[in-house]
Design a protein around this ligand. Structure first.
Ligand code: ADE
Length: 232
């Protein structure tokens, strides 16, 4: 996965990229990231990047001309690049979409536009943005956390990045269902025992139990997921 972040908060992104698993995968050449500070592209001594919206409205907007300069510093006609603007107006990220982005990652480099304030000039979106992505129906103060959520979820599907043998598909959401409950030592804690089947050593029985629990938990906690899969 290759991605460039255009942001007013480069330290926020950098501190995440220092995460052990991410930096290991970066060192192994599986992930490539670059962080671009939007403020480096201002044209005024106040280093301002925003201005008030025409026609009135709350807050300030990031200026299209400054965003364009920053974007042009990373655009490369030799490369296939996908410019993603994180916004609540975008398509909502789901497990299936994450998988699709991960499989497209080998053929494209992502360029993330992280907005701040009340938004960005629509002309920039219309001219340069390929996709708008939302991470959920709520409002963040900026696109950085959304870009990092995208990075983390997509990179989990890049073979080798997880740092263990379990594939991301075996986590919650395998087959669109939630995961069965999990237990570790101590086997007896506050008079609560670990379900016996899990310590039986019978792999067939364990698998059946996990599948049944997975269905039960999904029915109880997220019946909407079952409905999506066509279960009753
Ligand atoms: N920026 C502000 N809110 C957002 C959201 N929900 N998803 C992605 N980017 C955002």
């Amino acid at each position: 996965m290759k991605a460039k972040f255009i942001t007013l908060f480069p330290e926020l992104i950098q501190s995440y990229l220092k995460d052990a698993l991410i930096s290991k995968a970066t060192a192994a050449g599986l992930l490539h990231f670059e962080v671009v500070n939007l403020r480096d592209f201002t044209d005024n001594k106040y280093k301002s990047v925003d201005d008030a919206p025409f026609g009135g409205g709350d807050g300030m907007l990031l200026r299209a001309d400054i965003l364009e300069k920053a974007l042009k510093s990373v655009l490369d006609t030799e490369k296939n690049q996908t410019v993603i603007y994180f916004s609540p107006q975008g398509q909502v990220l789901t497990h299936e979409k994450v998988k699709a982005f991960a499989s497209s990652a080998k053929d494209t480099e992502f360029v993330f536009i992280c907005g701040r304030y009340a938004g960005i000039d629509q002309r920039f979106i219309d001219t340069y943005v390929d996709l708008e992505v939302s991470i959920g129906d709520y409002i963040l103060s900026g696109g950085e956390l959304a870009a990092l959520v995208f990075t983390e979820t997509v990179s989990r599907f890049i073979p080798g990045t997880l740092g263990n043998s379990i594939s991301s598909d075996e986590d919650s959401f395998k087959d669109g269902l939630l995961e069965a409950p999990q237990f570790t030592r101590p086997q007896l804690w506050n008079e609560l025992k670990v379900p016996e089947v899990l310590t039986s050593g019978d792999h067939g029985k364990i698998k059946t139990w996990k599948d049944e629990m997975s269905l039960k938990v999904t029915k109880e906690k997220r019946p909407d997921l079952l409905a999506k899969k066509g279960h009753k």
